[in-house]
Design a protein around this ligand. Structure first.
Ligand SMILES: Cc1cc2nc3c(=O)[nH]c(=O)nc-3n(C[C@H](O)[C@H](O)[C@H](O)COP(=O)(O)OP(=O)(O)OC[C@H]3O[C@@H](n4cnc5c(N)ncnc54)[C@H](O)[C@@H]3O)c2cc1C
Length: 308
């Protein structure tokens, strides 16, 4: 089978989780990458040494430099007949792009794939992770987003044999117009790729800020995450939300501060290797899911942890 994996974009830069997408793509066959948008040449160079990549398509038209993925979706639609599977990693970028490409081909995408069997059956969590749905690979073309935390990153090689092919044509959509761009101010590691994540929830409300979470995260070189309540309260930005409608993470260590552990939040941390919960309520569901649970007030327990 011929696979087209779109190189991930994170605020105009190469998304290293592309390497996890390659591992998933290699379950099906030969993986070709598409580098498009801002810094596409640099993205192609960064991805070229991923083991298993046979070819990189470099889409260079200025129309693809514009923010938004409408033009890119049109471009990929023209490439669809040459491939059996078109895929991207589940991220803000991939989740925006792949459904558009699928719709242009009159197909339904399969999103958040977390496992691929030997006979190419696809598994993905549904109902906030309470159920795993398995489906046979549909008739091609197939459009997928892949949970990066469910597949290890493909290793890098010292040199590359990937052939680079430039595609010049572009297709412009006038359906939407971009007005402003306000990048997130998060300068800490990306929670999806981080080994340690410190997340804060509604329990932070009394402090009126996320400072406690950030202090512990910085001490541990960790990423910051948040529950939806913390985001809704304006304590954390949307891109830090973890869970069913946020992002799924798989760190070695997750520390939840003042997070109850609602099923929708647990859906995003079920692949974490160790869960620590600090909550004043001994019956908080996150305590039940945790490897270590500390029943304490975060406003005294965290400063004490920092001191130690
Ligand atoms: C369709 C849908 C999708 C959703 N998607 C998501 C999602 O992606 N992610 C997500 O997180 N939620 C999601 N939710 C919301 C979810 O149901 C919960 O409402 C949310 O996760 C609760 O966040 P929380 O535990 O931080 O806040 P709360 O429920 O307010 O809990 C706060 C916790 O902090 C503890 N606490 C309070 N003060 C202190 C203190 N001083 N010291 C220690 N502990 C303290 C309390 O005991 C409590 O357990 C979704 C809901 C729906 C319906």
């Amino acid at each position: 089978m011929k696979i087209l994996l779109i190189i991930g974009d994170r605020l105009g830069e190469y998304d290293p989780l592309t390497a996890n997408g390659v591992t998933a793509g290699l379950h099906f066959g030969d993986v070709t990458l598409l580098a498009a948008g801002p810094n596409n040449q640099k993205k192609a160079e960064q991805a070229a040494t991923i083991k298993g990549v046979s070819e990189i398509l470099l889409a260079s038209h200025p129309a693809l430099q514009k923010p938004g993925v409408e033009n890119l979706a049109l471009q990929i639609n023209k490439l669809t007949p040459s491939f059996d599977i078109i895929m991207a990693v589940t991220s803000t970028f991939g989740s925006d792009l792949i459904p558009r490409v699928a719709a242009l081909a009159n197909c339904s995408p399969i999103t958040g794939v977390s496992a691929i069997s030997k006979n190419h059956a696809l598994t993905r969590p549904i109902n906030a992770g309470a159920v795993l749905a398995q489906s046979a690979l549909p008739k091609t073309p197939v459009f997928l987003t892949i949970r990066p935390t469910a597949f290890p990153a493909a290793c890098k090689t010292a040199t590359t044999n990937a052939k680079i092919t430039v595609i010049d044509q572009a297709y412009e959509s006038n359906l939407s117009q971009h007005t402003t761009y306000r990048p997130s101010a998060n300068i800490r590691p990306d929670p999806v790729a981080a080994k340690v994540v410190v997340a804060g929830g509604g329990g932070l409300q009394a402090g009126g800020s996320f400072e406690l979470v950030e202090k512990l995260a910085d001490r541990l070189d960790a990423a910051v995450g948040a529950s939806r309540t913390a985001v809704d309260m304006g304590l954390a930005s949307n891109d830090l939300q973890i869970g069913q409608t946020g992002r799924s993470i798989a760190p070695d260590l997750y520390i939840g501060l003042g997070i109850s552990g609602a099923i929708q939040h647990l859906a995003g941390i079920k692949d974490a290797r160790m869960i620590v919960s600090i909550n004043s309520d001994p019956n908080a569901p996150l305590h039940g899911a945790a490897d270590y649970a500390l029943t304490a007030d975060i406003f005294s327990a965290v400063p004490e942890l920092l001191k130690k």
